[in-house]
Ligand binder design. Sequence first.
Ligand SMILES: CC(C)(COP(=O)(O)OP(=O)(O)OC[C@H]1O[C@@H](n2cnc3c(N)ncnc32)[C@H](O)[C@@H]1OP(=O)(O)O)[C@@H](O)C(=O)NCCC(=O)NCCS
Length: 412
Amino acid sequence: MLGGECIAHPNFSNIVDDIALLKSLGIKIILVYGARPQIEKALSEQGINSEFHHQQRITNDDSFDLIKQVVGRLQFEINALLSKGLVNTPMQGASINVVSGNFITAQPIGIKDGIDFCYTGKVRRVDTLGIQEQLAQNAIVLISIIGYSVTGESFNLSAEELATQLAIRLDADKMIGFCSEHGVLGEDGNVIAEMLPNQAQTRLDELEKHGQIMTGTAIYLRAAIASCKAGVSRSHLVSYQQDGSLLQELFSRDGIGTQIVMESAEQLRQATIEDIGGIVDLIKPLEEQGLLVRRSREQLEMEITLFTIVERDGLVIGCAALYPANDGISGEMACVATHPQYRKASRGDALVNEISKQATKLGISKLFVLTTSSIHWFRERGFEPGDITKLPVEKQALYNFQRNSKVLIKEL
Ligand SMILES: CC(C)(COP(=O)(O)OP(=O)(O)OC[C@H]1O[C@@H](n2cnc3c(N)ncnc32)[C@H](O)[C@@H]1OP(=O)(O)O)[C@@H](O)C(=O)NCCC(=O)NCCS
């Protein structure tokens, strides 16, 4: 979803290069472009006063003529940029097919609150088959805001409605929008990396309350919430000002902008046999540093159901295990670890809480840990120093005096 502001920005040609790169990787791309600032400029140059009702333009004969000119010109410009080839890159010589057409059937909005919106329209049908055929032929499909009706008329549509409807009806993996900021900013001014649709709605309500109704962020949030609720699993918002932000958002694990997801990219859940590889990757370096007791893969396979993991985008970034003791009232929390790049974000806390909850369910009232270097960390989470005699007998027999771990116990 390329807004008119994005197209007007000097960084736009870099964005087009990045789009071309994505395309060369086999990613299927539909570009929907808007033209609000360009239309505003052209209208004011011609002295045409265009009226709005509820933030929606009323497209009369005069303004529509000009809108079509502006949109047509932008189409040529985007086509030209996509055709320029990627000189001085490894993709030099690669050519990109761009296809536009009558893929969108529109209908007039009609009369609302007694006001005739004339040529302002909405999406009626999307020729999904036609678009899919073009994508299968390796073309980029370029969609403008002009749609055509079955009566042979043209209508002025909104880029965000188009992008949303295309994403939903084509069952897209992602909808991507661009704004002047780095993403959706929170009240503290920092980018919010990930939002669920209801969190996005709360932020949108706040923005609207402050009068930010038609900003890039508000427009994107509305589109992302709608598409997410209709089954598009991810939407991203990145900056059009910063070179490379599109690629960084898509190809770095934590991204750089904001993503709106149907469900959180992060999950706290019981481990399965498929997670063993991920757990080994996480704990091996910690075992080598002597922070965790060594476990063989076979042992992990046997004990996998005792493990709880934090999974993020397919990577295991945290784990902990609960070993119930034979006495029926105690249990050991062991192998507590979070990935070094994901520490200090309360994931350790979440694991302790989850293991405590599981222990309580099993009737365990004494949760203990053996640790050499995280004594204070556990003490700050309600564990009290104990000694070996407080451990269940079978654990006392296995106690490794050389390791000399401290025993910490939490009454649940
Ligand atoms: C201990 C560990 C699980 C904490 O993970 P985490 O996801 O960062 O946990 P939280 O975000 O809930 O807690 C972070 C806080 O604990 C502190 N902390 C981290 N490790 C600590 C340690 N070994 N001793 C004391 N405090 C520690 C951090 O400084 C941070 O404090 P702050 O918020 O005041 O800055 C993680 O550091 C780890 O995997 N360590 C290596 C393995 C290990 O020692 N496991 C325990 C043995 S079973």
